[in-house]
Design a protein around this ligand. Structure first.
Ligand code: SAM
Length: 239
């Protein structure tokens, strides 16, 4: 899908995105996002303890309806800033509705494409991204364009994405679930949406391969934590 189609598809989805995302995964993605937040806060605390920067800028990529941005905003210093970036205005509108209700004013929504981040080199201390990477993945070469842009602007990058379990039995059951639940229910819920999107889960690299890709584009250190037998994974990359 090209960028316009992605923005259009997520605009259409934005009103039901949270409901569908939680219910189709039976709440498991809530737990996975909590792991991303936990690891991101560990990195944030390291950045704060180094005390090299007065204000910490966090960039939540593919921010969508803002679960990550809002949960981080609850826990960080109120002087620090979260930039919530997404290509879909509809998804960001939902984020704004949510955070205004909670009374936060340190989240700044930005409509932009990750391949052209409107940011200076090294201007961001920490980038986070949950379930965005596979929307960007159309083969390694194309994916690297996005990763290089993250590397150019950010010092740390914490990524949560679905992954590939190594155990063949678990992998089989996981794929069965994806085919029969996600693809079928997804097509029903997302009437305007292409079922190809769900197949991206199956095409996305496994944890070790993603680590190698991140190192090959220039991150100096990458560690990863598998979730639920490798069905998802959090990668922490340092420049
Ligand atoms: C599956 S949603 C994830 C939203 C949220 N992070 C979450 O955890 O639910 C993927 C998001 O990535 C955004 N997106 C896809 N491609 C993008 C791009 N090239 N630049 C910026 N945002 C993009 C979509 O608009 C969508 O909101």
């Amino acid at each position: 899908m090209n960028l316009k189609e992605i923005a259009w598809a997520f605009d259409k989805l934005s009103n039901i995105y949270d409901l569908v995302s939680y219910s189709m995964s039976f709440g498991v993605t809530i737990y996975w996002r909590k792991q991303l937040i936990r690891h991101s806060l560990n990195v944030y605390n390291i950045i704060k303890s180094q005390n090299t920067e007065k204000k910490v800028y966090i960039l939540d990529l593919c921010s969508g309806t803002g679960d990550i941005a809002i949960n981080l905003a609850k826990r960080i210093d109120k002087n620090d800033i979260i930039l919530a970036l997404d290509v879909s205005v509809g998804m960001l509108r939902k984020l704004i509705e949510k955070y205004k209700k909670l009374g936060y004013n340190n989240i700044i929504p930005i409509v932009a494409d990750i391949s052209k981040l409107p940011l200076k080199n090294d201007s961001i201390s920490l980038a986070t991204m949950s379930f965005g990477a596979r929307s960007l993945y159309e083969g390694e070469k194309n994916f690297e364009v996005y990763l290089k842009e993250i590397l150019r602007t950010c010092k740390y990058y914490v990524n949560l994405e679905t992954s590939q379990p190594y155990n063949p039995v678990i992998k089989f059951l996981y794929y069965l679930y994806l085919y029969f639940i996600i693809i079928i229910l997804g097509s029903l819920f997302f009437r305007h949406y292409n079922r190809e999107y769900f197949k991206t889960i199956m095409k996305f690299p496994d944890a070790k391969t993603l680590k190698e890709i991140l190192l090959s584009i220039g991150f100096k250190e990458v560690e990863y934590y598998k979730l639920m037998f490798g069905m998802a994974c959090v990668h922490i990359s340092k420049k």
